[in-house]
Write a protein of this length. Sequence first.
Lengths: 295, 249
Amino acid sequence: MLFDLLGVPPQALFAQLLLGLINGSFYALLSLGLALIFGMLNIINFAHGALYMMGAFVAWMMLHYLGIPFWPALILSPIIVAAFGMVLERTMLARLYHLDHLYGLLLTFGLALLIEGLFRQLYGVSGRVYPTPDILRGGQNLGFMFLPNYRAFVVVAALVVCFGVWYFIERTRIGSYLRAGTENPELLQAFGVNVPRMITLTYGLGVALAAFTGVLAAPIYQVHPLMGFHIIIIVFAVVVVGGLGSMLGAIVTGLMLGVVEGFTRLFYPEASATVIFIIMAIVLLLRPQGLFGRR
Amino acid sequence: MPPEAAATAEAPAKASSTAIEVSDLEAFYGESHVLHGMSFAMEPGEVVTLLGRNGAGKSTALKALMGITPPQRRGSVKLLGEETIHLPSHRIAQMGLGYVPEERGIYASLTAEENLMLPPKVQEGGLSVEEIYKLFPNLRERAQSQGTKLSGGEQQMLAIGRILRTGAHTLLMDEPTEGLAPVIVQQIGNVIRQLKTQGYTILLVEQNFHFASTVADRHYIVEDGRVVDLIPNDQLDANMEKLKDYLAV
């Protein structure tokens, strides 16, 4: 048997594959938002992790203070955090578009520190538990492995949302505005499209994706002020490997690297925390525009 | 009185009927001052060219009319009597000004058809997609191709076609014949003459004054960011020496 050759029990293999797919789903959703924002705003949104954390926290606060359960929170929290993001965009980011990428990166890095610092001040560094929604408790025994329902739901939900966003951008009329705005915004505006408003809405969409990911992550990881800080570094590596500006690249690379990370944990656990960065270094050396980058 | 003021003075007194009225237009790219008080005017239904050497500021003038930033702009640009100098470019476009940019501005990330459908309708009375395909039959066959995979001539047709869909009635065209084969130049000339009979107002930037003379009513000569002369098309022959002098490198 293949499993005997590899020297690992199949249960462990599939467990890591699932974990890899879960992490990969989060990477895919987050890097998709980053790619979307970078394309339209020309800004590397370092606050993305903090906004992901906010998504989880807003869901937790809704449950804790208002008794609003998971399903409404899955919709409401991204809307609230996106509104917050759009205020940031209008009041601060909008002033930086004509400057070098570096200024946007510095500003959003500062914002990330502020937001994370604020939540750490309010809620400390110990995580909060967010219960799995009742309907998705338990799991399926597939024979070769046990599949928790909620985790299966996360992977499916992430794939559906990723595909939905991709379809919206590549196949719809508003999506064609987005692609055109990424390529040549001055001309698009000269055709009568309100590009500044479009930029604000794009940032809102990217932030909503981050917050949505945060809500999905809440029952799996603890809700923690620094949860975004840990994941965002990996997501930036994913974006570098996939190539900035490619939506499909962000999705595929996110999932792929999640799985690679999972298998590395199985076969050579010492490297599991660094494997993505090793791949990033190799890609930067051999194909600096990223696996799916066009330039 | 500078010659351009004399030209505008001939226009009918009713200011609001003037399609485009540019006065003392200044434009800057950062530190560099490109337009130095440009003034000219156009009546509805006219086809007018801006002729001049490379770097005289013709393209910048179109961008400044369109409200594209950069350049930064100052002065006055009135469309049908309405001041637009402080408006962002999408508002100017919505007033019925259509732009066919330098080097065509076809989007690589869109198909030819998506490029055609991209500019939103700004007024009633634009051409239907069917009418545009009748005007430029090549575009129908290339509808699903990536925009920038089209030949130069097809891209130019696409750049003109997509703006005719929007209902814009005043068109700014930046060197629509640049780098194209004579047969295509002729086809584009036919389209411009056809649009003129339908009442479109067209401001054309051209290097090729032979082409310009086949479509335009009047020619403004641009030098160092100003309009320095006006030559009506029927007096082109009489002014040939002067014109060659203006355009000589």
